[in-house]
Design a binder for this molecule. Structure first.
Ligand SMILES: [Zn+2]
Length: 346
């Protein structure tokens, strides 16, 4: 999960507002520092967290270190690019029946997922493109659409006969058509590029724990804890779409991939669902490689395949307004590239 700016800001407030216990670390590895900011003791000790993160470096050959600040004890996991900070829970999951603490696997899966986001953003090789460039373009286009909407409201409110308003209304509709179309295309590009990030970030814990279901199980447990099931029927689709061992029947696939499908269980534009159809096949291509002697470079090679493909889909800023991207085709093309990259490993 990468939160919006509003969420980032509140997360920062939370960090600075809470009593913190510093585990200062002078030597930058994967992280610049680890801070425990939650009130409950973490399931792992400081030394165990350090050993865990240092061990992770062995799976990250080819990446430059994100050098993030890690804040533990935050139950709402996030990576905040503006602050290069990872927030992760450290004592969240326990048995719903006995209340006993689960082992730390789920918390670590969420931590690994956020580290995946940190790796993606801090290693992104295409200057002037990517998440920030797209967000900036969305911001500018939203302003244009809002300005035209404001003008339109002014015309509608004006105390002149309706017949005199018609030409102004038509003119504003004409001027608004292109920015509105552009905004829809940009949002689709945002979901798609976020989808690539979520896919990569979900593969980090799945491969490291050797469990294709771990991120699905963690997000399901997380959704139950947050009690979002009752209010949001799309949540079930979201966590089911994150498993790497599911077969999707043709009808579910069609619904999932069709942006116009009226499916109340589909969270609109949720980036986690975009690459659900190929997750099982990706796992089959990657798992043998991750268990081979070449394990250390698997994630960086996968990252290169994904970011090269992102660059091909969006070679420049103008291409973020493209209309012709078909999510089904993008799924199959990405799968083909990953399979080609890893066919000789394992
Ligand atoms: Zn995420």
């Amino acid at each position: 999960m990468i939160p919006s700016f509003g969420a980032s800001f509140s997360a920062l407030l939370l960090v600075f507002g809470m009593a913190s216990t510093a585990f200062a670390d002078p030597c930058a590895r994967l992280y610049s520092q680890i801070l425990l900011v939650g009130e409950r003791p973490p399931k792992l000790t400081d030394a165990q967290y350090r050993a865990y993160l240092d061990g992770m470096r062995r799976d990250l050959e080819g990446f430059k270190s994100p050098d993030f600040g890690l804040y533990l004890g935050i139950d709402d996991p996030a990576y905040v690019p503006q602050a290069n900070s990872v927030y992760a829970p450290s004592n969240l999951f326990r048995s719903a029946t006995s209340g006993k603490e689960h082992p730390a696997n789920y918390e670590l899966a969420l931590l690994d997922h956020e580290i995946g986001h940190a790796l993606y953003e801090t290693n992104f090789p295409h200057r002037g493109l990517g998440r920030d460039a797209l967000a900036q373009r969305i911001h500018v286009t939203e302003r244009k659409v809002l300005a035209i909407e404001a003008e339109l409201n002014e015309v509608l409110r004006a105390s002149v006969p309706d017949s005199m308003k018609l030409s102004s209304i038509l003119e504003l509709q004409r001027r608004g058509a292109e920015p509105f179309r552009e905004l829809q295309a940009l949002r689709k590009a945002e979901w798609l590029t976020d989808g690539l990030r979520e896919l990569f970030s979900d593969l980090v814990p799945a491969l490291r724990q050797g469990d294709p279901q771990v991120i699905e199980k963690s997000s399901r447990a997380y959704a139950w804890l947050a009690r979002v099931h009752q209010s949001n029927p799309g949540i079930r689709t979201e966590y089911r779409s994150r498993g790497f061992n599911r077969d999707w029947d043709a009808d579910s696939l069609r619904k999932l991939l069709n942006p116009n499908e009226k499916n109340p269980a589909k969270p609109a534009g949720d980036p986690h669902v975009y690459f659900a159809p190929i997750r099982r096949a990706l796992w089959q291509a990657l798992e043998p490689a991750f268990n081979s002697p070449d394990r250390g470079r698997v994630l960086s090679r996968l990252y290169k395949v994904i970011t090269d493909y992102e660059r091909e889909l969006f070679p420049d800023v103008a291409s973020y307004s493209r209309q012709d991207i078909d999510i089904g085709r993008v799924n199959l093309e990405l799968l083909k590239r990953v399979q080609a990259e890893f066919k000789n490993l394992g």
